[in-house]
Each structure stands twice: as structure tokens, then as C-alpha cells.
Design a protein around this ligand. Structure first.
Ligand SMILES: [Fe+2]
Length: 239
């Protein structure tokens, strides 16, 4: 089993995540200490702020700077998790016109979607369904549990019915306020992926090992392994 963090803002100077290469390296070391071997870098893409071409250019620059620093560190014997490039794309009008395949997680046809933090209306659910069914990509819904704060469970359940793959944040497994709901969705199989959604050491630092411990303690044997195995199959193009 490989520990895979499926959601992170690890790339430096691209969004509200790591603010420098040094910070990225520090966060990567924290992940490594937690046993994480692969981390999916999912910088935000907000179409109302940035064009897709600008995003790609930025991501390429950011990943290059980080990889150079990692290479230097590795010559000193420090080990880092492997980084896989992706994006967390905010759902906005016109999303269907994006180069969806190019925005998928490297080597896969999985596209990570962030939904608006507002109550889901029937009109919104129809728009979302149209997008999901019209595209030639598979959708990963970022931190599904966060939408329960804004929408009734039955509305969120409707989203899950569209056959999406859902991801949960480590923080939601750890927090006493959200733990019960998060664990229930993992147990039922509605949530298949785990991610730190790390931003910085001060704001949402990685707490992967803590979440792993809780899942292992509270859920049936194999629940954690199932999530990691699904993540691995997705990254290997086998799911
Ligand atoms: Fe995120």
C-alpha cells in the first residue's frame, strides 16, 4: 500500500498555498514524516481570476522551481514524496469549454472539481449534472463534506448520485464537529479518496497521519487501505 495525499496546495507561489519553495519543502517533509509517498498537487484554478493558459504557465514554472530544489536536497540525502500535477478547478459557467483533459491529474482522465460554497439549488444541480455527463472526463469532487455546511444532505446526496468520486479532507476526519459525518461517508463507500488540502504550516498544515489513525481506529479493517488502493489505481490509470 502506498500512502497518497490526493489534494494539496504544495506548489509554491501559485495560489493561496505554499508561499515559497522553502515552505513547499517544509510541508513535503511533514508529509514524508507522516508516511506519504505521493502527493497530488492541486493548485486552484478560478476562471474569473486567471486564464487557463496563464494557469498552465504558472504551474509549469512553480513545479520547475520546486523540482530543482528537491533535486538539490536529494543530493544531501533528504527524501521527499513524489509530486503528481493536477488542478482544483472551481465550477463556473463556461467550465465545459475548458481543455478538460489537459486539466486532469497527470496520466489520468480524472478532473478535480471545487463547488461553490452556497446552498445547492435545483438549477445548480441540473447545470452540474449536464457538465458531469457531457464531459469526457471523470470527476473527483474535492472535500465533499464541506458542502454539508451549506446544503441539505439530500441535495449533497443528489450530487453523489451522479457517480462522482469524492475526496475528504484529513481535517474533517480529525475535527470532532465533522468526524462522524466524514467517517460515515467513508464507511458507506461514498468517499473514496483522502487529501490533506494543505495550504501552509500555519493555515491547514498536513495532518495525514492523525487522520489515518482515526480511520483505522474507528472504521472496519481495510477502510484506510481501500482509500489508498483506490488512489493508487486512479494514478496508475487502472480505475
Ligand atoms: Fe483545495
Amino acid at each position: 500500500m502506498t500512502r497518497i495525499d490526493f489534494h494539496s496546495h504544495i506548489l509554491p507561489n501559485i495560489d493561496d498555498g505554499a508561499a515559497s519553495v522553502a515552505e513547499s519543502l517544509g510541508l513535503l517533509r511533514m508529509l514524508k514524516n507522516d508516511g506519504v509517498e505521493t502527493v497530488v498537487a492541486t493548485p486552484h484554478l478560478y476562471l474569473h481570476r486567471e486564464s487557463v493558459s496563464a494557469f498552465f504557465k504558472n504551474r509549469e514554472r512553480s513545479a520547475r522551481e520546486l523540482n530543482q530544489a528537491i533535486k538539490t536536497e536529494e543530493t544531501k540525502g533528504v527524501e521527499y514524496p513524489k509530486i503528481v500535477l493536477g488542478a482544483e478547478v472551481y465550477f463556473t459557467q463556461g467550465i465545459e469549454n475548458l481543455p478538460l483533459k489537459d486539466l486532469c491529474i497527470e496520466g489520468t482522465d480524472y478532473f478535480m472539481l471545487e463547488l461553490p460554497y452556497a446552498s445547492f439549488t435545483t438549477m445548480f444541480l441540473n447545470l452540474l449534472a449536464n457538465f458531469i455527463f457531457s464531459g469526457n472526463v471523470k470527476i473527483i469532487l474535492a472535500h465533499i463534506e464541506r458542502y454539508f455546511d451549506f446544503s441539505e444532505s439530500k441535495m449533497v446526496a443528489q450530487v453523489l448520485n451522479h457517480g462522482l468520486v469524492s475526496q475528504v479532507n484529513c481535517d474533517s476526519v480529525i475535527s470532532v464537529r465533522t468526524r462522524k459525518a466524514a467517517l460515515k461517508l467513508i464507511e458507506s463507500g461514498d468517499i473514496k479518496l483522502l487529501g490533506t488540502d494543505l495550504h501552509s504550516v500555519g493555515h491547514r498544515p498536513p495532518r495525514f497521519a492523525e487522520a489515518e489513525q482515526i480511520i483505522r481506529k474507528k472504521l472496519s479493517d481495510g477502510a484506510f487501505e481501500n482509500m489508498m488502493n483506490t488512489a493508487e489505481r486512479i494514478l496508475n490509470g487502472e480505475e
